[in-house]
Design a protein around this ligand. Structure first.
Ligand code: MRU
Length: 349
């Protein structure tokens, strides 16, 4: 697959030992990279969605952890390991729904424990190597998912997507958007209907931005227009990413995904979810076990407006994710292939 962009959202500068993130809160009007060098700045960047999208959060967390541990002067294995566990807990709490961050940090913990007899500098080097492997595996997974996903896209067709599951949300290319980029590369002439994705507007600010940069025909709609657009019969696929998939296929993704999924089912449009195997939570039986992150109310009332858009002191509920029932999802695509409903992912214990 050809390179689509000349930048990545998460970069680790080995020579400078610095994590560099494209600040996604400033897009689409400003492209600014920020340097992360402390625990506080890493957690702030994740919490405030400067880096966002389940795989990108996981990769930033893995490199951030390796960087912080490298800078930590421990005298013993136990000292180093205790610091790792403290950081791991703090990072996982920063965005609880997307599972990739916690999966990656558990994977790095296994590396530390395997090396407990080694010198500390070797453990530090291995953690950095593991973070690079996680990033490289993510790139390879996205290429595979693009290939599997292509069978759902016909030349000249229109697809709908929600939130941002593209290049900005991963290492490279995207999950839901990767087959779109591959189709575009093959000259398919496709149209993507992008739901703006209230309240954080990842659809209009990020998905429209990256699709248009790549030269894909993009039509932006408000979230409440989805049913109407789907009813016209032009859209043949609803494709999204995922933040956590339960063993039965119930899938958490950005709030509002389930609304569009229900509408898509009503109009006979298949909903295909695309995400790496690391998004499957093999301890989670159903969507009821997925913790949903709640965020500040002013993201709804104030953040995007010059004036407050609700009466003062309005009680606000701001869940960031919802769960789409597995029976609404026609297929779940990972780097290992295409799973079809009914889903029965295996526990790993
Ligand atoms: O709050 P966000 O922007 O991190 O939410 C992102 C999504 O819901 C994405 O669809 C999901 O993380 C998949 S990204 C490949």
């Amino acid at each position: 697959m050809k390179e689509v962009f000349d930048f990545n959202a998460v970069i680790y500068r080995l020579d400078e030992k610095k994590l560099v993130l494209l600040d996604q809160t400033l897009l689409p009007t400003e492209e600014r990279f920020i340097e992360i060098s402390s625990e506080d700045s890493l957690i702030e960047a994740i919490k405030s969605l400067r880096v966002r999208g389940a795989p990108a959060i996981g990769i930033a967390g893995a490199f951030g952890m390796a960087m912080l541990i490298e800078n930590y002067s421990a005298l013993s294995f136990l000292g180093l390991y205790n610091e790792f566990k403290r950081l791991k807990n703090a990072l996982i709490k920063s965005r609880p729904t997307a599972v990739n961050l916690s999966n990656n940090l558990c994977r790095m913990e296994r590396v530390i424990l395997e090396l407990k007899e080694e010198e500390l500098y070797k453990i530090k080097m291995r953690l950095l190597e593991e973070a690079s492997i996680i990033r490289d595996e993510d790139i390879a997974a996205n290429v595979k998912m693009a290939e599997y996903g292509l069978e759902y896209i016909q030349p000249g067709s229109a697809v709908m997507t929600y939130c941002n599951a593209g290049h900005l949300a991963v290492s490279k290319y995207g999950t839901a958007l990767s087959p779109i980029y591959l189709a575009h590369e093959k000259g398919y002439d496709i149209t993507v209907y992008v739901c703006e994705t209230r309240p954080f507007l990842q659809g209009s600010r990020l998905t429209a931005y990256e699709l248009m940069k790549a030269g894909v025909r993009t039509v932006l709609i408000c979230d409440n227009m989805a049913a109407s657009v789907l009813s016209h019969g032009e859209v043949s696929l609803f494709v999204t990413g995922c933040d956590r998939i339960a063993l039965n296929g119930d899938t958490a993704n950005k709030i509002g995904t389930s609304t569009v999924s229900i509408c898509a089912a009503h109009y006979g449009v298949p909903h295909v979810v695309i995400g790496p195997e690391s998004t499957i939570d093999r301890k989670c039986e159903t969507g009821n076990d997925i913790e949903i992150e709640y965020r500040r109310g002013d993201e709804i009332t104030d953040m995007w407006f010059n004036r407050t858009m609700a009466p003062e002191n309005t009680e606000v509920s701001n869940p960031a994710f919802d769960v789409t029932s597995s029976n609404l999802i026609s297929a779940i695509i990972t780097e290992n292939g295409v799973y079809k409903y009914p889903y029965n992912f295996k526990r790993n214990d």
